[in-house]
Design a protein around this ligand. Structure first.
Ligand code: CO
Length: 165
């Protein structure tokens, strides 16, 4: 496994729509392993392939106390309710904002072997799913802030214990 470099806000790839994966080959498995390692090294709970410069629809999520989830070609199929979340991004370290997210999210995707999977989530996992799938569509959390002008430096905030993705 190898840790990859995380690209930062301002890089054009973060604004592109990522391409669907067609080959469930060894290269994809290596990419996923590298993404998991990169996410963990950065203390994140999610990472999307464009964040390491790869324009493919692949994301990994690992929220505390849960097994890691690998999503290939994921699609949000249902969103219910609305809530406000404290949110950050590994591509914009040191900042957080308050976003509008769904209370409940249903996602369909393929796993690393091309097998179908479905996830129903609320709480932090629902937030991470929306955040990461947004990345695959070139959308960043700063696009879904409740107040477009308000982001905060985390060193100016009391520790809220919320991880970045
Ligand atoms: Co992010």
């Amino acid at each position: 496994m190898a840790r990859r470099k995380i690209v930062l806000f301002g890089e054009p790839i973060l604004r592109e729509k990522a391409k669907r994966v067609r080959n469930f080959d060894k290269e994809l498995k290596i990419l996923v392993q590298d993404m998991l390692e990169t996410m963990r090294q950065a203390d994140g709970i999610g990472l999307a392939a464009p964040q390491i410069g790869i324009p493919l629809r692949v994301t990994v999520i690992e929220v505390p106390e849960e097994d890691p989830i690998v999503l290939v070609n994921p699609e949000v199929v249902e969103q219910q309710g609305q809530r406000q979340c404290s949110e950050g991004c590994l591509s914009y370290p040191g900042y957080r904002g308050v976003t509008n997210r769904s209370e409940l999210v249903r996602v369909k995707a393929l796993d690393v072997n091309g097998e179908k999977l479905r996830i129903k989530a609320d709480g932090l996992l629902a937030q991470a799913l929306e955040h990461e799938i947004d990345h695959l569509n070139g959308i960043l959390y700063t696009d879904v802030l409740i107040d477009k002008n308000k982001i905060y430096r985390t060193d100016m905030l009391p520790e809220d214990g919320q991880p970045e993705s």
